[in-house]
Design a binder for this molecule. Sequence first.
Ligand SMILES: *Cc1c(COP(=O)(O)O)cnc(C)c1O
Length: 440
Amino acid sequence: MTLKHSGSRGFRAYTSKHLDDLLKRADLDDVERLRIRAVATVLPFRTNAYVVDELIDWPSAPDDPIFRLVFPQADMLPADDVNRLADLLRLGAANSEINAVAHDVRMRLNPHPAGQLSLNLPRIGHEPVPGMQHKYPETVLFFPKQGQTCHAYCTYCFRWAQFVGEPDLKMASDNVDQLVSYLRAHPEVTSVLLTGGDPMIMGEPVLRRYVEPLLELEQLESIRIGTKSLGYWPQRYVTDPDADDTLRLFEQVVGAGKNLAFMAHFSHPKEMEAPVVETAVRRILDTGAVIRTQAPLIRSINDAPGTWARMWKRQLALGMVPYYMFVERDTGPQDYFAVPLGRAYEIFRDAYSQVSGLCRTVRGPSMSATPGKVCVDGVAEIAGQRVFVLHLIQARDPALVGRPFFARYDPKATWLTDLRPAFADRFPFEPAVPTARLSA
Ligand SMILES: *Cc1c(COP(=O)(O)O)cnc(C)c1O
């Protein structure tokens, strides 16, 4: 198969200094462009020439879903904050002044949801180990230092705080020996998930330094790589100079008897249209890796059942396995992107009912919250009361996995913390003291 145009071009990133020029391709006036730049002082912005030239349909911008996926929107943040920052930009205020205001706004956006920095931090002896999270017994997350950026940033990113120059919020490690020591001390861990950022931003020699030492560990059944690269830069597996070496590394993982789970983040079916994606997927699958797909449900980007049904069908046709539909997390511009849980469930069920059983490996809508991954199984009427039926797919406390529980139906609830228990005075993951409600 011959490769199309973009397949042979080198990677080229765009950052906030290119933002105004890029926005001129959309039908936006000066005031709107300034307000978008104001938002971009708070939230990270990065995209690349493939996304801009091949994926975005500019005549449809600003409504185009891929435009909304990577370009900040003027109304993503509270209007007062946006106006204040836009005024500073317009008056040519010093960067230090703009950054101070932007920092204030960020601190009001719950930068580290679900107790990420305190609750899940592993320790060797008494020493906390940076760049790792250990929330569920069998799985450790590792954030390789060189993998803490992406080929493009999603506007809804729940790890946005990592990318905006708030150094005290960063979590990352380049100490793979420490990871290996930790795993040896914790034989219950069977799966390591390399995440970020995007580990596939790393070149093959660097990625290899993180992956190879893990192959020695008998206890590991799987190595997962969480990545958006198939959507934002599929050339990574086809024409990049280290594409072939990367695939050899994947083969080596499989050859060592480990499941290499390539966890691909696709937000919209448009990300799977280019022929280069099909080639990339085939090349990855040829290594023996499994590609599982996941994405959050995002208002104004993918909040229609048909979008998800098309996405899952296309994934299946290409040989990928639908895995999770997530609920947008309680951080950053959540108010802007959130879909109420009741509606999220309807979208999930409607999409799920349109696809074959082979796509129904997908689970969701799932909230990755403090106690674990909470799945909204449905809305039911029980004993005259309208309730959400829920269960934990994953839990800090494995004893709670898979047990149904109930919350009072609330059409406006968008996150676990908005819910109140039904038929009980507390949720199963809450302590037995009724007054000490856990804030997720
Ligand atoms: C989702 C997640 C995992 C993986 O959970 P699975 O159900 O095994 O896919 C591991 N750790 C954290 C912190 C997670 O959020």
